[in-house]
Design a protein around this ligand. Structure first.
Ligand SMILES: Cc1ncc(COP(=O)(O)O)c(C=O)c1O
Ligand SMILES: [Zn+2]
Length: 439
């Protein structure tokens, strides 16, 4: 074909030439109307070996330009995203050793470091803004619970593209106010995330504007698949276990796409066991999985999932009550021998305290849910001795002031010197560990 990439419809196998045709057909397959396409590149796959080789110092995920759906580098809108460091958190290893006698290596992906908006959603933001710029698009619609909203609003602003963002009313106020501050449009929708997505889609259709089409949008999938490359580049090997708090499930499906593309090259190794975590106040996927397990995975089990309308949750960022991609995620979990676990949202504050105490890293509520998943997985014997675990924490606390206030525990009002007692942070050790000793 001579061109860098094309799409293949996952429903009917039709080939779509590129974004001109894809956007021109309102982001659906011209033949069958399908919305799930795979991006296929003409770049020889072996090129990836060079990109993930030791000694590379990428400035952003555009290091992987050859495997991203953009034609000209001059259209890149970037802020150094997508190459967040992966760190070993020894306190998590110590816990596994002392409590369960397991020797593990535990890595955490520090997406809180992402320069633009402090979440792993910056990856989708940079790819979307760059591609839209390349195609002269001036207006875009997004529905999001908050972090994607911010990332897209910011990158599109940088590209001079108007973003109309639909967020459900329970989104964290501190999160969505930033969108308005950037001069992008935010519609706070009276309803849940499912309804915000519906309204956004209707608005886009009515006005003929392109929209981020959810968790299978090639812009998001292609951006996030680079996480797999970064794991190999930074760790040298794919971990045995991958843990993440999921909402719609873009990140794991993107990881699967990376293995789909490069599995045969041996460059990525084996796909990890996928362990997905949801907060207990909105966990339809966990409920569905547990039911399927109980029933012995009967025919069509993956299509059977509950829909939670207007979920009331402490972590609205993760509140996808209608998990339309559960069938794909569940099959991925089954295929890799993984699990779905639910964790108590009330423990998010305790989790954030412990991480801050042990490694001086402030994590946001959605990241706390993912980290709690590690404790839950250990409790349920889902991690085996000698394994390497990778926890994909997605956010820091840049826009979560109230959450940090809840996490904070040493503040004291004083009037004179007698009130000011000497401080020793070690005395808080037992306090921050207490919720986890009997986890
Ligand atoms: C911090 C954070 N963690 C996890 C998730 C879930 O991401 P995914 O789209 O992969 O389900 C989100 C998405 O909203 C998020 O913002
Ligand atoms: Zn098709």
């Amino acid at each position: 074909m001579g061109q860098k990439f094309h799409f293949v419809c996952q429903n009917c196998g039709n080939t779509i030439d590129g974004f001109e045709e894809w956007f021109g057909n309102m982001q659906s397959c011209p033949k069958c109307g399908g919305k799930h396409v795979h991006t296929v590149y003409s770049t020889p796959k072996e090129k990836l070996a060079e990109l993930v080789a030791p000694g590379q110092k990428p400035e952003s995920l555009w290091h992987y330009f050859d495997f991203l759906p953009l034609n000209r580098r001059e259209n890149i809108i970037s802020d150094g995203e997508g190459v967040a460091p992966i760190r070993r958190w020894k306190f998590l290893e110590r816990y596994a050793r002392e409590r369960y006698g397991l020797n593990l290596i535990v890595y955490v992906n520090r997406n809180d470091y992402s320069p633009a908006t402090g979440t792993f959603k910056d990856k989708g933001g940079t790819v979307a803004a760059s591609v839209l710029k390349e195609h002269g698009i001036k207006e875009y619609v997004v529905a999001s619970t908050g972090n994607t909203a911010n990332a897209f609003a910011q990158y599109l602003a940088k590209a001079g593209i108007s973003a109309s963002i639909f967020v459900p009313q329970d989104s964290l106020r501190e999160n969505f106010v930033h969108i308005g501050a950037l001069g992008q449009k935010v519609f706070i929708v009276k309803g849940d995330y499912a309804y915000a997505k519906k309204l956004a889609a209707e608005y886009a259709r009515k006005n003929g504007i392109l929209i981020s089409i959810g968790n299978l949008d090639p812009l998001r999938l292609e951006a996030k698949k680079t996480s797999a490359f970064e794991m190999v580049r930074q760790l040298g090997n794919m971990p045995d276990v991958y843990i993440q708090a999921i909402s719609g499930g873009t990140s794991p499906l993107a990881l699967e796409k990376a293995f789909h593309d490069f599995g045969d090259t041996g460059l990525l190794g084996r796909i990890p066991r996928m362990i997905f975590i949801q907060g207990d106040k909105c966990d339809p996927q966990v409920q569905a999985w547990n039911k399927a397990k109980r029933m012995g995975f009967p025919e069509g089990w993956e299509k059977d999932y509950p829909v939670i309308e207007n979920p009331i949750t402490l972590v609205p960022t993760l509140a996808t009550g209608n998990p339309v991609l559960y069938p794909l995620l569940a099959k991925l979990v089954k295929r890799t021998g993984g699990e779905f676990f639910s964790v108590k949202e009330e423990l998010a504050v305790d989790m954030a305290r412990l991480a801050a105490y042990e490694v001086a890293v402030k994590i946001g509520p959605a990241s706390a849910v993912g980290l709690l998943g590690y404790f839950e997985a250990l409790k349920n014997n889902a991690i085996r001795d000698g394994e390497t675990v990778f926890i994909n924490i997605g956010e820091g606390v840049r826009r979560a002031v109230s959450f940090v206030e809840e996490v904070s525990y040493t503040t004291e009002q004083v009037t004179d010197l007698d009130d000011c007692h000497r401080f020793d942070r070690n005395k808080y050790h037992d306090f921050v560990w207490k919720p986890f000793l009997n986890y």
